[in-house]
Structure formats: structure tokens, C-alpha cells
Design a protein around this ligand. Structure first.
Ligand SMILES: Nc1nc2c(ncn2[C@@H]2O[C@H](COP(=O)(O)OP(=O)(O)OP(=O)(O)O)[C@@H](O)[C@H]2O)c(=O)[nH]1
Ligand SMILES: [Mg+2]
Length: 305
């Protein structure tokens, strides 16, 4: 028996479905998902087994043209995830590309292909969200992308429905080098519980609140208190940048934060398999996105510029 183990990075433009795909490949929820762009902020590892091969999938933030400091930290984290890996999968939202061939997703994807080519980095191409698309729309897209870069292989998948996911996983498994496993074979996620708890709350913010609010917010787990009865009490702070945003997060009579807290608590109870008491606080900190300590809390490196 030869053990194999390695890293496989899933990269792509924002909203391509990277986190959905990593969850599907791993078979449990390790990364948060929302319909909004820039949901993922840091690289998250999910572990999958294929026979004697252990694959450490790395979900990465979307790669786009960064404007803010936080954007730069996210894009840096994405490329760092790709740099350390034994296989790279470039994931593309085929439905979006078909609907908007000259949109953001297309140009971000084009820039990623250029960067991969320039660095001589090999990658497989995976067209995602093919559910509900016509095959005849996919072929010209593959031709177009293949003329931009040289891909090791091409897959057409639906991360949401599962189509093609097993084939992609088998391809990745073959790319993994010989070596001992890094994780126990039954471990799926590698993220500290406190950080996972913050991410779950942030997902509910992305699902429930709109416009600039998700992008102006950060969640930090301040306290994690084990109780004698087996439950856990978690205190979290939601940072926003303006008083008006605080009012929106709270909602009328506190209704919005109550709902966010309930949704997050239910999911945390499922993930941790125990009772959770979740307490959310909202704080205005105009410049949290410029402060080094928040980046460490988010699992990101602080970009100097
Ligand atoms: N129809 C369809 N929707 C999908 C598929 N995969 C993902 N989605 C949806 O696309 C949206 C974005 O999914 P995510 O997994 O958060 O995408 P992401 O690439 O991780 O996004 P960022 O972290 O923001 O870069 C969500 O609403 C998903 O449900 C798919 O195969 N088909
Ligand atoms: Mg994501």
C-alpha cells in the first residue's frame, strides 16, 4: 500500500462556486457559501480520501482586481493557496460567462489564466454551474478558454448537483505525490472552532443583509466558554463601519440580529453536535479593515499597502 497525500487548490473569480465545490468534494460543510461575490476571505482546508490518497483541498478567496486593503489580503491568500499546492483547479462560472461574456467574471478569469501562464503553473479547467445549461453553449467556451491558456484537463461540473465532481476528484487524486497523510482519515475540516464559529455567523450576514453591509462587516469570536452541562457559550462581536450599518444589523427592535443569531446557533449546534448559546454584539469600528489585529483574527496576513 502506497500512501499519497497532497494539496489541491481551487481558484477562480469571485462567486464561481469554489466553496460549494470544496464542500462537495469533502462531503461536509467546511466553507461558507452565499450568492454574493467575495464571501470567502481566507484559505480554508477540507480533507478528502480517495482510496489510499488523502487530498487536502484548499478553498480560496475569489481572485479579482483588488481595491481595498482587505481585497488585497484576500487575493494574496488565494495565490498563496495555489502556490503551495500539488494540483490547481481553475473554476469558472459557465452560466455567468455565457450570460455576460464581457463581464467581471470573464475578465477576472482571463487575468487568472494569464497569471498562471506567466508563472508556468499547470491547472485543470472546470466549468461549473452546468446544470440548466446547454452543452452546445459550453463547447465554444472551452475552446475560448483553451486558446487563452494550456490546461492539463477540462471538466464540466455542477458543484451544486454533484455532476462531474467524482471525476474531478479522481483526477486530483492522481496528481497527489507519495507521502504520509497529514490528517486522520476521518477528519474533514482544519479550521479552529472559534474561527469556524465566526465564519458561520458571517455567512448568515451575507445571506440576510445586502448592498455594502456584508463587505463592511467582520465577525470575531471573543469568548468560548465550556459549560459543565456539555454546552458551550460563544460571544461574538460583529464589527461594522458606521452607526447606520449598526442600526441595519440590529434591525427593528433587534429583529435582524436575533434572526442572524438563531440561524447561526442552529448551524453551530449541528456542526459541533452540542448545545450552543450564542451571544452577538455589534460594534462600530470605522477602520477595522485598516487594523492589523483584525486580519490575524480573520486568518489573513496584513498587507502593508
Ligand atoms: N446553479 C448552480 N449554482 C451554483 C453551483 N455551484 C455554486 N453555485 C451557487 O453559486 C453561488 C456562489 O457559490 P460559492 O460557493 O459561495 O462561490 P465562491 O466561488 O466560493 O465565491 P467567493 O467565496 O465569493 O469567491 C452560491 O449561491 C451557490 O449556491 C452550481 O453548480 N450550480
Ligand atoms: Mg467561497
Amino acid at each position: 500500500m502506497t500512501l499519497r497525500c497532497g494539496f489541491a487548490a481551487i481558484i477562480g473569480a469571485p462567486n464561481a462556486g469554489k466553496s460549494t465545490l470544496v464542500n462537495a468534494l469533502v462531503g461536509s460543510k467546511v466553507a461558507i457559501v452565499s450568492p454574493k461575490v467575495q464571501t470567502t476571505r481566507m484559505a480554508v482546508r477540507g480533507v478528502a480520501m480517495v482510496d489510499d490518497t488523502q487530498i487536502v483541498f484548499v478553498d480560496t478567496p475569489g481572485i479579482f482586481k483588488p481595491r481595498r486593503r482587505l481585497d488585497r489580503a484576500m487575493v494574496n491568500a488565494a495565490w498563496a493557496g495555489a502556490g503551495d499546492s500539488d494540483a490547481v483547479v481553475l473554476l469558472v462560472d459557465a452560466a455567468e460567462l455565457s450570460a455576460n461574456p464581457a463581464g467581471h467574471a470573464a475578465s477576472d478569469t482571463h487575468s487568472i489564466v494569464e497569471a498562471l501562464t506567466k508563472d508556468n503553473r499547470k491547472a485543470a479547467l472546470a466549468l461549473n454551474k452546468i446544470d440548466g445549461m446547454k452543452r452546445t453553449d459550453l463547447l465554444p467556451m472551452v475552446q475560448n478558454l483553451s486558446s487563452q491558456g494550456d490546461f492539463e484537463d477540462v471538466f464540466m461540473i455542477s458543484a451544486l448537483k454533484g455532476d462531474g465532481v467524482a471525476d474531478l476528484k479522481a483526477w486530483v487524486a492522481k496528481k497527489m505525490p507519495e507521502g504520509p497523510w497529514l490528517y486522520p482519515s476521518d477528519q474533514a475540516a482544519d479550521i479552529p472552532s472559534r474561527l469556524l464559529a465566526s465564519e458561520v455567523t458571517r455567512e448568515k450576514i451575507y445571506l440576510r443583509l445586502h448592498d455594502e453591509l456584508p463587505y463592511a462587516s467582520a465577525v470575531e469570536t471573543e469568548k468560548w466558554e465550556e459549560r459543565k452541562d456539555g454546552s458551550v457559550k460563544i460571544d461574538q462581536t460583529i464589527y461594522v463601519q458606521r452607526e447606520g450599518q449598526k442600526a441595519i444589523v440590529l434591525g427593528k427592535g433587534g429583529a435582524t440580529i436575533k434572526l442572524i443569531g438563531e440561524l447561526a446557533r442552529k448551524e453551530l449546534e449541528e456542526i459541533f453536535q452540542r448545545r450552543v448559546h450564542l451571544f452577538l454584539f455589534v460594534k462600530v469600528r470605522e477602520d477595522w479593515a485598516e487594523q492589523r489585529e483584525h486580519y490575524r483574527e480573520m486568518g489573513l496576513e496584513f498587507p502593508e499597502e
